[in-house]
Design a protein around this ligand. Sequence first.
Ligand SMILES: Cc1cc2nc3c(=O)[nH]c(=O)nc-3n(C[C@H](O)[C@H](O)[C@H](O)COP(=O)(O)OP(=O)(O)OC[C@H]3O[C@@H](n4cnc5c(N)ncnc54)[C@H](O)[C@@H]3O)c2cc1C
Length: 409
Amino acid sequence: MGRRIVVVGAGAAGMMAAYAAAHDGNSVKIIERNEKCGKKIYITGKGRCNLTNNCDIQDFFEHVVSNPRFLYSSVYGFTIEQTMKLFSDELGLKIKTERGNRVFPASDKSSDVINSLVKGLKLKGVEVVFNKRADRLIINNGEVKGIACGNKIYEADAVIIATGGLSYPSTGSTGDGFTLAKSAGHSVTPTYPALVSLTAKEKWVKELMGLSLRNVSVSFYDGDKKVYTDFGEMLFTHFGVSGPVVLTASSYLAKRIRNGGITMHIDCKPALDADGLTKRILRDFEMQKNCYFANSLDKLLPRKLIPVIVKLSGIRYDKPVNSVSVQERKRLAGCIKDLRLTITGTGDYNEAVITGGGINVKEINPSTLESKLVKNLYFAGEVIDVDAVTGGYNLQIAWSTGYTAGSSV
Ligand SMILES: Cc1cc2nc3c(=O)[nH]c(=O)nc-3n(C[C@H](O)[C@H](O)[C@H](O)COP(=O)(O)OP(=O)(O)OC[C@H]3O[C@@H](n4cnc5c(N)ncnc54)[C@H](O)[C@@H]3O)c2cc1C
């Protein structure tokens, strides 16, 4: 006989869990507080939804920041290949793979990903109850019996919590899953905004707002110790820095950033060593002998960056280029190779792509995603203490954990 299964949350993990649970006569219901499914999926990948990463499985785990080992069972149990096959063969979504193995819908529309899932749920007879916010778990003798939304009780033989984390609360994820899990006796490891911009003390970042630097090398120091390094693209914002290399750094350095004492060092010209850069500066100076110093850097640096570098170099902007001393040239090269920022914190949940921390993985069976504390209670997606860098890995976590929980109930 089929079982009554209630999934809380119609996000990526919840929809996949319901899809996987709807077989053998099970009656599956999703409770969603919003008026429609997949509000967060809609905004993923800048509206294109980077739904997974077609990399090999070992490579996948290297992109998981928190608790990759916990995910072994669910990702090996429902792999990237199976995910892509499910979307293309079962749900009829045309997909394509782009640079960096990033997988998108062929239409470039995230709404097509949502629609394919909604269609699949309908075909399987899953009922979605909209505009209901689950606020209480019903637990009897260590076994879940249902979920309450105010006065309305939904009885169930199994409940899957897929409420997401705290990031982008406007999409419906406001941390309810953590409260529900705590009420069941679970511990929640401290949460924090991840894949998020960083704030800096230096006032001059404001002058650079909107400037994107490509092919830069960035290093982060905790006191004197280099703790993280990367190469790629970054962006200056009103209060600090963002862009791909910064977002990834924010996830790996979250704890250290909270503790303070982190500095970021940007090498704007990583292809040249200090000597090479000094020679290059000299060459540029020789070509513009009669210029003011500040006007001689056009070929070397983006225009917006020049006034900041001039200020930091301590060389008068209107000094004739031919009177800039060797020492000053060296100092200038130093500023370009080591543009330094004092990191004061991160942006908040309103702009964080993902939530770090979450329901403690030690209290969840990794093979089934069932709670070790309460029978027939399951968890899936971002609500669990797992997160990865950008590139489709986070949605793959949602698909794999959702599918595993759904097929385990
Ligand atoms: C701007 C942005 C871009 C992103 N781009 C990508 C990308 O391109 N690729 C990628 O892999 N990842 C991306 N991510 C991350 C990805 O979106 C998440 O990892 C993923 O959506 C998590 O899925 P989830 O189902 O666990 O949670 P969510 O998608 O947050 O879904 C949770 C659902 O539960 C509902 N809910 C919450 N509480 C309750 C309650 N009490 N009762 C009823 N319903 C409730 C919410 O309304 C919501 O619908 C992006 C995230 C953001 C913010």
